[in-house]
Design a protein around this ligand. Structure first.
Ligand SMILES: Cc1cc2nc3c(=O)[nH]c(=O)nc-3n(C[C@H](O)[C@H](O)[C@H](O)COP(=O)(O)O)c2cc1C
Length: 227
């Protein structure tokens, strides 16, 4: 999931060593982690996986945000998912880096706390949204302290039209690779005609989409747990 020396990893799971239940924090201080065999490792129980989601649309009735909330509702039991507020971030500006604005500091903290990231994007002119790009850019600063590095990430998107934000996701995938994240490669998630599938109350009305969301969660947890 995260690097072994990450503070978050220290309390994320527990397991048994010679019949005694210990947390990963204790594993680490017993210097046990390198000695856990694959079989023992399989027995570790994740207490909660902290996923932070970002919606690339600020629109009040955004389909992208609705879709993000549907993912939240369908998240597996061992996942805790929050949706980050990126609406208060200033536009990226290196002049502000001497003293990062509070919303940027909060973004940095949020990313660092996360075990994994879910990026949801609308499609604007065959690319992903500048709102999301702005958050990605701030999270990569200051130079040499990229907060996204090493995070597993899943990319999703939707549009009321036919192609399901393929162009947006395709561009976004290139950027998360550069940010040194671990993108879920399959399944991809392109949701077209979203206006027929998620209603004005934010309810998912399409069973095929529900199945695809469940499949994505399963694959994403596999990536997170095996990373
Ligand atoms: C500037 C702009 C460009 C757009 N370009 C595309 C596009 O390339 N492909 C597409 O499917 N929809 C495009 N749309 C329509 C959006 O998919 C639609 O407005 C969608 O509802 C936006 O996502 P949201 O509901 O999460 O805000 C565009 C919308 C805007 C405002």
């Amino acid at each position: 999931m995260m690097s072994a020396d990450s503070p978050d990893r220290q309390v994320k799971y527990s397991g048994n060593v010679f019949g005694t239940r210990v947390t990963s924090f204790q594993f680490r201080h017993l210097n046990c982690l390198p000695f856990i065999t694959p079989n023992q490792n399989e027995k570790l129980n994740y207490m909660s996986i902290n996923i932070v989601a970002f919606s690339g649309s600020l629109r009040k009735k955004s389909y992208t945000t609705r879709l993000t909330k549907v993912f939240q509702q369908l998240a597996p039991a061992d996942v805790s998912m929050q949706i980050a507020d990126i609406s208060q971030l200033p536009l990226i500006n290196e002049d502000l880096e001497g003293n990062f604005p509070q919303p940027v500091k909060e973004l940095h903290n949020t990313i660092q706390q996360a075990d994994a990231i879910l990026l949801a994007t609308p499609e604007y002119n065959r690319s992903y949204s500048p709102v999301l790009k702005n958050a990605l850019d701030w999270g990569s600063r200051p130079e040499g302290k990229n907060k996204w590095k090493g995070k597993p990430v899943a990319i999703i998107g939707c549009t009321p039209y036919a192609l399901g934000a393929f162009g947006a996701q395709n561009h976004l995938r290139q950027v998360v690779m550069y940010l040194d994240m671990y993108p879920l490669q399959q399944p991809e998630f392109y949701l077209g005609s979203v206006n027929d599938k998620i209603n004005d109350f934010g309810e998912l009305t399409d069973d095929t989409t529900r199945k695809k969301i469940t499949e994505l969660w399963t694959a994403f947890l596999g990536l997170i747990k095996n990373k």
